[in-house]
Design a protein around this ligand. Structure first.
Ligand code: ADP
Ligand code: MG
Length: 210
């Protein structure tokens, strides 16, 4: 098996005692190279919690998550603004590479290649405040591409975009995941977005409904 992440009977509870909220429970799932999944479900059904667990941004309160084939970075695209306002676009795209230890000239070079690959080279020197919402999300996708992750997690990346731009951003993410042969999981409310992905998982009350 070429699984990149597996969950076995995973639960995440926030708080304890009478105020505890069971955000996710009984989740068993796996993603492998090339898998492309939309995670749908109503607000509060546990999508963000599950994505944060898959992305290693959070730990389960019970059950196990493993990342067997994953020696490398996980790429994450968030719902809202995630670019550092004081850095220009190429510096933003290079930042995770610099943090990972790459020297600045190489990181910059890799960032420029990622931007050019998805036709954003002419935004390289723009500041985040000069970008439209759609441009900012495409830059966030370039930032994922630049670090060549095997696992890409996107939490409602198109929630703040109009439907034409939403489709454009999703198709870009799918294209990047395909190019990298990465596993891709995108949470979305939007049926049109979910329809762009070959596989759909539905969450209800913290569980995956099959
Ligand atoms: P979704 O992304 O599908 O809207 P979430 O994973 O954000 O769902 O939330 C699942 C449940 O967990 C909701 O009931 C939400 O209110 C609760 N929740 C999420 N984050 C926290 C937190 N930090 N503390 C307490 N409860 C939380
Ligand atoms: Mg959410």
């Amino acid at each position: 098996m070429n699984e990149l992440v597996t969950c076995r009977d995973v639960a995440r509870t926030y708080g304890r005692g009478v105020g505890a909220v069971v955000a996710v429970h009984g989740v068993t799932c796996a993603l492998g190279a090339g898998d492309q999944v939309a995670i749908t479900g109503p607000s509060g059904s546990g999508k963000t919690t599950l994505l944060h667990l898959l992305a290693r941004l959070d730990s389960p309160t019970s059950g196990t998550i493993t990342w067997p084939g994953l020696d490398g970075r996980i790429g994450v695209v968030f719902q809202g603004p995630s670019l550092v306002p004081s850095l220009d676009v190429v510096e933003n795209v290079a930042l995770p590479l610099v943090i990972a230890g790459l020297r600045e000239p190489e990181a910059r070079q890799q960032a420029l290649i990622a931007l050019a690959t998805i036709d954003l080279a002419d935004l390289a020197e723009s500041l985040p405040e000069e970008l439209s919402g759609g441009q900012a999300q495409r830059v966030a996708v370039a930032r994922v591409l630049a670090s060549s992750p095997r696992l890409i997690i996107a939490d409602e990346p198109t929630a703040q975009l109009d439907s034409a731009m939403a489709i454009r951003v999703i198709d870009l993410l799918v294209g990047v995941a395909t190019r990298l042969n990465a596993a891709l999981a995108i949470a979305t409310h939007d049926p049109e977005v979910a329809a762009r992905l070959p596989e759909n998982w539905t969450m209800r009350d913290g569980a995956l409904a099959c």
